[in-house]
Design a protein around this ligand. Structure first.
Ligand SMILES: *[C@@H]1O[C@H](CO)[C@@H](O)[C@H](O)[C@H]1NC(C)=O
Ligand SMILES: *[C@@H]1O[C@H](CO)[C@@H](O)[C@H](O)[C@H]1NC(C)=O
Ligand SMILES: *[C@@H]1O[C@H](CO)[C@@H](O)[C@H](O)[C@H]1NC(C)=O
Ligand SMILES: *[C@@H]1O[C@H](CO)[C@@H](O)[C@H](O)[C@H]1NC(C)=O
Ligand SMILES: *[C@@H]1O[C@H](CO)[C@@H](O)[C@H](O)[C@H]1NC(C)=O
Length: 277
């Protein structure tokens, strides 16, 4: 029996090896295309692939319906829609540190039990509208450090009706389209820090009626219409505006305009954060 280097099945109850005879010299996921879908004799509910490159073909995991935790890192460049078909028990999917450039609708269909998805540190620059449709259990989506993302287009998060936390830190964002966050009616926390946003209006966040934590720190925001924010974002309790292009006089005024239920952070305890004035 050979143990494939890239197939790590952590110990659960007993020592479990990954029976990967067919793939013993496969370093690239592409090679999986040659054979049937991955089939492991004994399988735990976790599977981790490291150092893989190439494309994830569809139906790759159809024979592993018990899988709950899947982690794939390396240089994956593309995921064919249907790659995760059959993973009805999947709860978390880690795809961070790959080279995924775009995602198409249907990519995650059938993963209706997925709660956590990490797409951080990829090279995403395009998301087809409704890419995440079907992920009705998803609670956390991490898309941080996709520096080529730049623009959030309409309807990309459509269908994520249970999402609570969305991270978009350091994604080069300079533009958020009006309905980008459409459908995220349960979102509680949105982190947009370390982007290049100059303007945000409350319309950008129209649907986020449950959002209580919004982080806009490290952007280039000069002005904010506190009134319209207060009117629409009923649940907002904390707004982080540290390190934007506002001088302290303006920042203070904006903070005052918010109702007292919203904690507006624009200055650190030592006075840094807003531009001194
Ligand atoms: C991924 O790509 C980088 C550079 O493009 C290369 O240095 C690295 O070895 C690749 N990793 C794997 C696992 O193939
Ligand atoms: C999803 O993509 C397919 C194939 O490209 C396309 O025919 C379909 O209209 C798209 N569906 C949605 C909801 O955008
Ligand atoms: C999001 O992903 C980034 C990059 O992979 C990672 O550093 C960060 O810890 C993740 N954050 C969460 C909340 O999972
Ligand atoms: C954004 O601000 C919130 C507080 O509003 C904080 O909990 C979170 O860690 C911040 N994120 C980053 C990346 O600094
Ligand atoms: C602060 O910035 C605003 C607009 O950006 C400007 O009108 C105002 O004069 C500035 N305040 C001071 C004290 O420099």
């Amino acid at each position: 029996m050979h143990i494939a280097r890239f197939c790590i099945v952590p110990l659960t109850i007993l020592l479990i090896f990954c029976e990967a005879r067919k793939y013993e010299d496969a370093k690239q996921v592409r090679n999986f295309r040659i054979g049937d879908p991955i089939e492991l004799k004994i399988v735990s509910d976790r599977l981790e692939f490291r150092d893989v490159e190439g494309e994830l073909p569809r139906n790759m995991f159809v024979k592993l319906p018990q899988l709950a935790h899947l982690k794939i890192t390396g240089n994956i460049s593309y995921i064919e829609p249907g790659a995760f078909s059959g993973l009805h028990a999947l709860v978390d999917l880690d795809l961070f540190q790959n080279k995924i450039r775009y995602l198409l609708n249907g990519t995650f269909k059938e993963a209706h039990n997925l709660k956590y998805l990490n797409l951080g540190e990829n090279e995403l620059n395009y998301l087809e509208p409704k890419t995440f449709n079907g992920l009705t259990s998803l609670e956390t989506l991490n898309m941080s450090f996709n520096r080529d993302l730049k623009v959030l287009r309409d309807n990309i998060y459509y269908g994520l009706s249970n999402l609570k936390k969305l991270n978009l830190i350091d994604c080069g964002l300079h533009d958020i389209h009006r309905s980008a966050f459409y459908g995220l009616e349960r979102l509680e926390s949105l982190d947009l820090s370390k982007n290049n946003l100059k303007f945000v209006t409350s319309e950008n966040f129209d649907d986020l009626i449950k959002m209580f934590d919004l982080n806009l720190s490290y952007n280039r925001i000069q002005q904010l219409q506190a009134n319209s924010f207060s009117k629409r974002l009923y649940a907002l309790r904390r707004l982080n505006l540290l390190y934007n292009n506002m001088n302290c006089t303006d920042a203070k005024r904006v903070a005052k305009e918010f109702s007292s239920t919203v904690q507006v952070i624009y200055r650190t305890p030592d006075g840094a954060g807003c531009k001194a004035v």
